[in-house]
Design a protein around this ligand. Sequence first.
Ligand code: UD1
Length: 340
Amino acid sequence: MKKILVTGGLGFIGSHTVVELQNEGFDVVVIDDLSNAEAGVVDGIAAITGKKPEFEKIDLRDKAAVQQFFKKYPDVSGVIHFAASKAVGESVENPLLYYENNIGSLVYLLQELNKKPEAQFIFSSSCTVYGQAEKMPISEDTPVQPAMSPYGNTKQVGEEIIQDVAKATSINAILLRYFNPVGAHESANIGELPLGVPQNLVPFITQTAIGMREQLSVFGDDYNTPDGTCIRDYIHVVDLAKAHVTALQRLINKANAEKVEVFNLGTGKGSSVLEVIHAFEKATGQKLNYKIVPKRPGDVTEAYADTTKANNVLGWKAELSLEDALASAWKWEQKVRGKE
Ligand code: UD1
């Protein structure tokens, strides 16, 4: 069976993708620098699939270490590249870290893949590239907007680098633009483990419900939306993980129509912050303490996906509901805090 490298494979989306790859019979080797993940995640993965993925602790900014890795694993035929820094605020404060970590490592990986007769590359991108789109839902033809942060810029520049490299080499690639990944594996063996105070909505909700945080702040209720709070497309991380396997198989089977294809990955359904809160309360029976506070700078009013291309061309569709995602995130939070 083919051997696939998953960079950032112990992180939130990466670990769920490793599970789905193993479920489909792929051999997986993970690279992670453990900057935002714990080594024990390999055991969580093994508890689900019955197989520990191979794991190498490597910082992808270390070019020599990346070269060494590919010498040690010459049979790696494809890469799913998640490893990156992803905090918007931190990227504004420390842009050089973001450019080195997110761009430098991408270049080193592509240099090694370029030594192979053919290779598949799946890139973890974000709907952040669309900024505040003029029209909803957001299709892949929606114009990309200038990035609002160095983090967002690393995703745009990363996509451009891959486009240029694919034109000149035998590398084929798929760029996956995620909407808002949430939830956890239903077994609660793996899930999201944010470092410090969570910046994202759902981990903040589950940490508030379990008593780690006093109160959830809802950032603004005077947006131009039905209830005044921002609208996002929350996609279950297990559905998202499966999309990566489908995309990889598409490249392996040479079913791709272009050397680089782009797909939006979402459910197609927008939910407001208040709707998420109420869905959480309904799915878990927990009452959530929240208050409305001023807007967070940089938030767009709404973003949800047009899923037509992912459904019809990639042949993938989100199956799980927001309630499923929130219930699984809650189960995971309880397990992590030892309250189950
Ligand atoms: C954020 C990033 C995005 C990145 C993604 C990665 C920003 C502006 N955007 O997306 O670039 O790709 O994370 O995970 O940081 N909210 C609250 N209270 C909270 C937290 C969030 O009301 O404590 C609201 C936000 O205003 C937003 C929604 O919940 O409307 C979702 O927020 P979040 O989970 O941070 O995701 P994005 O901002 O969509």
